[in-house]
Design a protein around this ligand. Sequence first.
Ligand code: ZN
Length: 193
Amino acid sequence: MALLDVITYGHPTLRKKAQPYGKNEIDTTFIKDMLETMYVKDGVGLAAPQVNISKQMLVCQDGEKEYILFNPKIIAHSEALYSNYEGCLSLPGLNAKVPRYEKVIVSALNQEGEEIEITAKGMLAVILQHEIDHLNGVLYIDRAELKTLSWTDAEFVAPELRGKMTDIDTLKTIFSEQNKDIKNLQFELIDYQ
Ligand code: ZN
């Protein structure tokens, strides 16, 4: 098993539409690496584009249950939107309130290449919407209430920043420095608000 490198805000792969998986492309080593990376980095979900693989695959966890999904799609959702704080391994140390559907039905292939359907509500519904957005080149900051964007109290966040509000311009500065060796950085937000 191997820990995969997670790319961060600005990296152009995060803005690409990921390619669908063929059933014979499902690779158990990659699945294990994705799961290990999610758990080690303390995430509740990870999408393949976040490890610079522009393919439609995600892993996530909800309590005890673990999901490994290929070509997932939201095929139905409830109407009302509810806002909760979300973070993202590609925007480490940050969170913001994001409106999401309370309930979604997702179709996907499982790791055996079988068609499955998941009816999700609450936290799992939020995670699935967040991770499926990654497969479409969408980040939570595109949908977030940006006035709630703030630093978390994670250990790697500078003590003087913890809990403080921030804004997209500040993030552009920080992540362009962090990603300075990567070509064609993309910081523009997609307007969903
Ligand atoms: Zn994310």
